[in-house]
Design a protein around this ligand. Structure first.
Ligand SMILES: C[S@@+](CC[C@H](N)C(=O)[O-])C[C@H]1O[C@@H](n2cnc3c(N)ncnc32)[C@H](O)[C@@H]1O
Length: 242
């Protein structure tokens, strides 16, 4: 059971779609009341679309994301002694899930704490979540840009990133972040990215960097951000042993 409080990803999205669904629902009721059935049907259609998008988004951000990451981490089958990096850790949804699976290992989270990308995003909140989850001893948090990581080459056994790289401003920045994530990976290490956009670009960049076992697939409905078009994809790759 989760004890921390992890906020909402891109909080403006459910807020806008929630308001639109209220407006469409009210409009439908008013048009039915006045006997304007064609307009009422149209408004009901908009209500269903907006309400469906809001509900799916809220489910993904509050529950689906956590369930899917537990599955991803099951699949990764960690030993427990790994050094792990979470690029764009935010309030620590993935960071603390990883830390729970570590024994002697440590997970480092880097972030610039954008409150547009995640509500209430702040280093203190993440540290508090680690405390509430009982994993503080295995967690380290740093304020750093994932495009210029302050770690030496080959520092981590596993690099993860959840819904963060697409938030960078340009594809050049996204490529830089992938390059950095791959640079700090130890030979034999794995990089695992879940994201909503641009995963084909990450795949291309990883292949260009010489990554092996590069695989990309769509994750299921729990990780849809409103509708199937806004689904999350998972990209996994390894760094070959030298
Ligand atoms: C949608 S949130 C996801 C947070 C977390 N990974 C999760 O799944 O809950 C995206 C995160 O990426 C962070 N971020 C955006 N640009 C960044 C950058 N250049 N370097 C590090 N983190 C960044 C944001 O501050 C935010 O915490």
């Amino acid at each position: 059971m989760r004890r921390g409080e992890y906020g909402y990803d891109a909080p403006y999205f459910p807020a806008i779609f929630g308001l639109l669904s209220v407006a469409a629902g009210l409009g439908a009721a008013i048009f039915w009341w006045h006997g304007e059935f064609r307009l009422a049907r149209q408004m009901t259609f908009y209500f269903v679309i907006c309400f469906g998008n809001t509900s799916s988004f809220l489910y993904a951000t509050r529950r689906g994301k956590f369930l899917e990451w537990e599955r991803i981490l099951d699949y990764l089958n960690l030993r427990g002694d790994e050094a792990v990096l979470d690029m764009g850790c935010g309030r620590g949804a993935v960071l603390t899930a990883v830390a729970r699976r570590l024994t002697t290992g440590r997970v480092t989270g880097v972030d610039i704490w954008s409150k547009v990308d995640q509500s209430g995003n702040a280093m203190e909140v993440t540290l508090r979540n680690a405390l509430l989850e009982g994993v503080s001893d295995r967690v380290q948090i740093e304020t750093e840009d994932m495009c210029a990581l302050p770690f030496p080459d080959s520092s981590f056994d596993l690099v993860v990133s959840s819904l963060a790289i697409h938030n960078l401003r340009s594809n050049a920045d996204r490529k830089r972040a992938i390059k950095e994530g791959f640079r700090v990976l130890k030979p034999g290490g794995r990089i695992v990215i879940a994201d909503i956009r641009a995963t084909a670009l990450y795949e291309e960049e990883l292949l260009a960097l010489g990554a092996s076992n590069v695989e990309r697939r769509r994750l299921g409905w729990r990780f849809w951000w409103g509708n199937p078009i806004a689904s999350t994809s998972l990209l996994t790759a390894s760094k070959a042993l030298v």
